[in-house]
Design a protein around this ligand. Sequence first.
Ligand SMILES: C[S@@+](CC[C@H](N)C(=O)[O-])C[C@H]1O[C@@H](n2cnc3c(N)ncnc32)[C@H](O)[C@@H]1O
Length: 629
Amino acid sequence: MQDKDAMVLDPGCGSGSFLVRAYHRLRELKGYPRETRGMLAYAYHQELLDQVYGIDINQFPAHLSVINLAIQNPRARIKTVNVLVEDFFNIKPGITTLTGFKSFTAEGAQSTVTLPPFFDAIVANPPYIRQELLGGSEKETIKELIEGEYPKKLFIGSAPREAKDAVVLNKQSDIYIYFYIHGLKLLKDEGRLGFISSNKWLEVAYGEPFQQFLQENTRILYIVEFDRAIFPDAEVNTAVTILEKEKNRPKRDSNLVKFIRVKKKLGMDTLIQLISEMKKSYEDDDIRINLAKQNQLAPGKWSIYLRAPSVYQKIVLHSKIKQLGEVADVFRGPTTGWNDYFILPIEKAKEWSIETKYLEPCVSSPKKIRGLAFSQENVSEYFLMVHEAKDTLKGTNILKYIDSGEKLEIEVTRGAQRGKRRLYELETVKNRKPFWYSLPQFAKPLILIPKLVDKQIQVIWNKAKAHASDLFYYVIPGKDEDALVILGFLNSSTGALLSELYGRSYGGGVLDLKVYEAKQIPVLDASKLSTFERSRIDRAFEQLVEVVELRCKAEDDLENVKSKERPSVGLFESEAKKKLNEALENESKAREQLDEAIYDILGLTSEERRQVEEGLRELQQIRRLRTKT
Ligand SMILES: C[S@@+](CC[C@H](N)C(=O)[O-])C[C@H]1O[C@@H](n2cnc3c(N)ncnc32)[C@H](O)[C@@H]1O
């Protein structure tokens, strides 16, 4: 805030800490001293109070705001403090309304507050209330108000067909989203709004239409996140967002959005100077500033700009890069409904002597795969794959197995269907076509991405073309021969960095990829590579697969030696350890080769290569730290 005459509002003012800050900011801009004695100081006090407005739905915090503002000069007599006890969604620009307190003017009338038609600055830490917890009437009030404020431009839930270009806000939106939107309505053109709010809108589905709304109504100046080390007690997952209301499209489009991550504590003046003056992306030990042109930002995971090293933009804008979903079909493996029945370990299949044509090789969990490739000899489980009616199966063993399934009772421990249930009554099973026992017949994938990642993402070369459970995503490239490029890329440091950025990790330190996130991961488009580039990746990846396999074998050998109690064990053990170390060394060399092949294609400088590796390490570290909280 630079204007000494600015009118300031906090629409969810609580005890008024932002209002008090605004009061003193205005005092400083006006050059008034802190001194609270004397007639002049009394006059200043009312003048400053006339520029700050607060609203809170609750009496008690609103009361605290009044007190906290009034005591900035306890001796001065004042006429009004502009704090209202009111629901922000009942507030219209310029209204005069009762304060909501039992308070009276000197003349005995009930006190009122008149809001200015528009504010120059709006600040708040709006409440976070998930939509499920919002009352029905509050939702109605908000919908009516907001759709009325942005006629034909903004809708909640759904829009009429003729409003093709309207923004349709997701019904799941948290209340703070509406604080932004209604707040902007009370703001002057070119006025500024600064909120500290949940950062979820930067990455979850309901954030996307809101991002589009911001792009179409404001210049998004700064989005700032502070590392936990700075505010250890602060609410996690908050971001500061500063917007400028802007009607002029070219001005909005040419704006550079600054995504800022503050890593170390910096003085407020230093921070403001750094971020306001920086004209290009920048990073040091204290801060990271990523700039992105406002009209080039596609609504989506904007959180990436806070978390990514600045080389990220060079990678995603590279002409040989496309989204995984553009070069391959990506979908989640089938949910069987009951793995114990639909996935048969080899022993069980033998025990029932199930006819092989009803069994398809599969893999139930990433835990069953060691290394980067899954081959025929690794197969130890089968999907039941029957699409024939029972009466055509007379005399077969598969029929016996289906009959046994029909008798099966299952204890459901989660969801609405708790209790004992027949297998074919389960939600996922009962609607299956043509029969309850018919798993979907998906195409077989050459590439499998695990849904959950613990250490570093390992994307599997499914040489066996086995099916997989819903713990995997199937990735089926347009052409089979492009698979190795995708595999090589995703298993490189660059691919791992991008997977970390596109996935999420809320708890437990595990990286969780949703299918739409997996589809967005940028990868090399094999069709754009020269024969040399392509074969360089293919070879480097194949080499890596081989040495990883040798490393796994060396690990097993060492375990074997350790488990055998023999007098000469010491000698065998040190030999096995030596072998393992060699294998590990070969693996890291192979990883380097693969990384280099990709860096060369992307034309990364040595500094940018460092950023990829450093960025990856950092994201993995942050993710693992989440286990402890
Ligand atoms: C996170 S607190 C703000 C804290 C404040 N910055 C302070 O310094 O104390 C959010 C405030 O919004 C208020 N609030 C919640 N829903 C509201 C609504 N619909 N209209 C106005 N205020 C609301 C709550 O009563 C609460 O005081």
